[in-house]
Write a protein that binds this ligand. Sequence first.
Ligand code: SD4
Length: 328
Amino acid sequence: MENRRKFIKKAGLLSALFAFNPWKAEDYLPKEIKVSRKPIVISTWDFGKLANQEAWKVLSQGGTALDAVEKGVQYTEADPTERSVGYGGRPDRDGKVTLDACIMDENANIGSVACLEHIMHPISVARAVMEKTPHVLLVGEGALEFALSQGFTKTNLLTPESEKEWKEWLKKSEYKPVVNIENHDTIGMVALDANGNLSGACTTSGMAYKMHGRVGDSPIIGAGLFVDNEVGAATATGHGEEVLRTCGTHLVVELMRQGKSPQKACEEAVKRIYHSILKRGKNPKDIQIGFIALDKNGETGAFCLQPGFSYAVQHEKGSTLLASKSLL
Ligand code: SD4
């Protein structure tokens, strides 16, 4: 009886508070509370599977989502056979490999580098920007100077294969990225650790044969990557210009905040981009966009504009490579 009275009193106080306060707590939380599935890691494209395995080594031992995503994407950055990330990435039209990367943790700490040359692990430079500077984004020469001051060493990132392909491209010098090939391979990874914290990382050499100095969505928080520890996280791949135009991953996370599942949120964001492409009189068939998302409860989602995008998920039950559903 005493407990019941206390409960009624508490409930009365709470509803009085909400009656006078337009900012209701429940407006800011995802509506569906699902069974917890953590730790878990999800990343873009086929190579996400190997990257997830690296991340899993951290997550399965109780490590943080932040350490896991950094370790995970480092694997892809160092792999010369992946031609749009780090070492071995396709160069810009001048033959320079320029890298974009960003990282975000559960406390909204962020760090990014853009148009960074000669460094094998741009994601770790992004983390150093986050942890060791008062800034959030360093670009070009300044980013390189900072990396060298932090003990990173210079490496030639242009492999003979990428150089050969670039020289072939020079013969026509036409900037027409081939969907799912020349714009394919950015690794975006988001993870939820055993403590229920989310973090994400995104790293790329960007669109092949871009103009020197071009920066895509991948190092831009809210475009290539966004994390909100109360809601979820998302990362993007594909034509960065389209993702930037819509603040793509921020949009996905905001849609989750409004109650959409990670899957529905990714679908809605791709539809918005599709309409924006049509409005500008462009052909959506020439463009690829893929989003992956993870919510606070370990639920995942993925969606892309046209077939061909894959993503990898790993949790305690094992690791899976999945074909994303597409709008077209
Ligand atoms: C960019 N979004 O630089 C990157 C490219 C990419 O899969 O994601 N490729 O626009």
